[in-house]
Design a protein around this ligand. Structure first.
Ligand code: PFF
Length: 447
């Protein structure tokens, strides 16, 4: 156990778990998915998903992790030896590698945009220039691959150094700085002319827009943003000491994560509508809008560069947690040294990430091959970032409620005298509401 490492302190754990949760999911993915799904109604359903599905599953993952002190595969095996439940863990390990692969592409964009802002590419953009810079940027194959490789290298470097040292020191400084910068940007964005239209889009639900896809995307976004459904929080819980309070830890993570996403929306949508841009432009949304904002603020270039740097660090604390899942599996179950595990999984993520890195086009000699026109970035985001996480969360909920049993989970949650006032509500949620709701939303996609 000693060789697996433990969190240095309680605040360290909360910050590291929040560091995993807060990342591109909040600042890149949340605004683009909200924009694509019509705004306020999506936000409302998203909140519902965080409370009704996210929080219960988060607590369940932390409890399984701490009860077993194991990686996702080992944890299911320990609690139900000889059964097939550990395949849920394998699904998590594969999902982690695949999410890491495309997530690092976007993380590479933040690094690229940090450099571009410093170099003054956005100092005084003309009409349509920011969009043109973005298209040219994602259509540069070597640059995209280099940024992807750079980001995966950074992640591997940190993960290979081990848990407490590797993660806590990073999480400690980042979160407050990012929060502050987001608040400042929000203040600016809300005062732009025409910001009200953006606020209306973001805050006034239009119930005629409701459909099954909105539910699937809101549910997937809740799991993605809270790092659930593939054993990240399970793995992080496994490094947690018995005396820590899982309930308050879970609540803190959810509140921090959701408030950062909400803040990001308050920056993007007022600015977007003030500049007469379309909200449904997909994954490039924030990269099209942020440079426009920075160009208008006095000293905006320095500000912008710092912002993209912080965003890159926020992405890094998330990629670290993604890599930690397969690495913990290889250390525990295959007795691999941490270094070798990190390097090998990082290499695999790099290889799988290349199709996503090339999604912006730009490789002429490939353009005659059949599969090249598939937008792998969006496809992987949907398959692994949404469906696979939802299936994983469904299996974890069923396992905890009906195989391991809620009474045992509650014993773990309330170990060492911790009080859990909402125990009954949690039991109902994890036993019935989570499995049924996730299943209904997933199955409804086929009709
Ligand atoms: N939650 C991270 C974000 O919002 O950026 C992304 C993520 C990390 C998803 C870890 C899943 C995961 F297991």
């Amino acid at each position: 156990m000693a060789s697996r490492g433990k969190w240095g302190s309680r605040v360290g754990f909360i910050l590291a778990a929040a560091g995993s949760a807060v990342g591109l999911g909040n600042i890149w993915r949340f605004p683009y998915i909200t924009g694509k799904n019509g705004g306020a109604l999506f936000v409302l359903i998203y909140f519902g998903c965080v409370v009704v599905l996210g929080l219960p599953v988060l607590l369940a993952e932390l409890a399984v992790g701490r009860a077993t002190c194991k990686n996702p595969v080992g944890a299911f095996q320990a609690l139900r030896p000889g059964a097939k439940w550990h395949y849920t863990g394998y699904l998590g390990v594969v999902t982690a590698v695949m999410i890491l692969s495309f997530y690092s592409v976007i993380a590479g964009w933040t690094v690229g945009y940090c450099c571009k802002t410093i170099c003054g590419h956005f100092a005084a953009p003309g009409r349509g220039e920011v969009a043109a810079v973005f298209s040219a940027f994602i259509a540069s194959p070597w640059l995209q691959i280099a940024l992807l490789a750079f980001f995966i290298f950074l992640t591997v470097f940190i993960v290979s150094r081990g848990v407490a040292a590797g993660l806590e020191s990073f999480a400690r400084v980042l979160m407050p700085a990012l929060f502050l910068l987001l608040l400042l940007l929000m203040g600016y964005s809300l005062t732009l002319p025409g910001a009200q239209k953006g606020l209306a889009f973001y805050l006034m639900p239009d119930f005629s827009e409701i459909n099954g896809r909105v539910f699937l995307e809101a549910m997937g976004q809740a799991f993605f943003s809270l790092s659930l459904g593939m054993g990240t929080m399970l793995t992080y819980g496994s490094y947690l000491k018995k005396k820590e309070n899982l309930v308050t830890a879970a609540a803190w993570v959810a509140v921090l994560d959701t408030s950062i996403a909400v803040l990001a929306g308050f920056i993007i949508f007022p600015a977007l509508f003030s500049m007469n841009m379309a909200p449904d432009q997909g994954p490039g949304l924030v990269f099209a809008i942020l440079p426009e904002i920075f160009a208008k603020i006095p000293g905006g270039m320095m500000f912008g560069a710092f912002f993209f740097l912080l965003l890159a660090v926020a992405a890094l604390t998330s990629t670290i947690s993604l890599l930690e899942v397969p690495v913990a599996f290889l250390i525990d179950e295959r007795n691999w040294p941490r270094r070798r595990a990190s390097v090998l999984v990082g290499g695999a993520a790099l290889a799988f990430g290349i199709p996503s890195a090339l999604s912006g086009g730009g490789v002429k000699f490939l353009s005659r091959l059949p599969l090249v026109h598939v937008d792998f970035l969006s496809l992987w985001d949907k398959v692994w970032g949404n469906i696979s996480l939802s299936v994983g969360a469904l299996l974890i909920a069923i396992f905890v409620a009906h195989v391991w049993k809620t009474s045992r989970a509650l014993e773990e949650i309330t170990a060492e005298g911790v009080r859990f006032r909402l125990a009954r509500l949690w039991t109902i949620a994890i036993k019935y509401v989570c499995p049924l709701l996730i299943l209904v939303v997933l199955v409804s996609q086929f009709f």
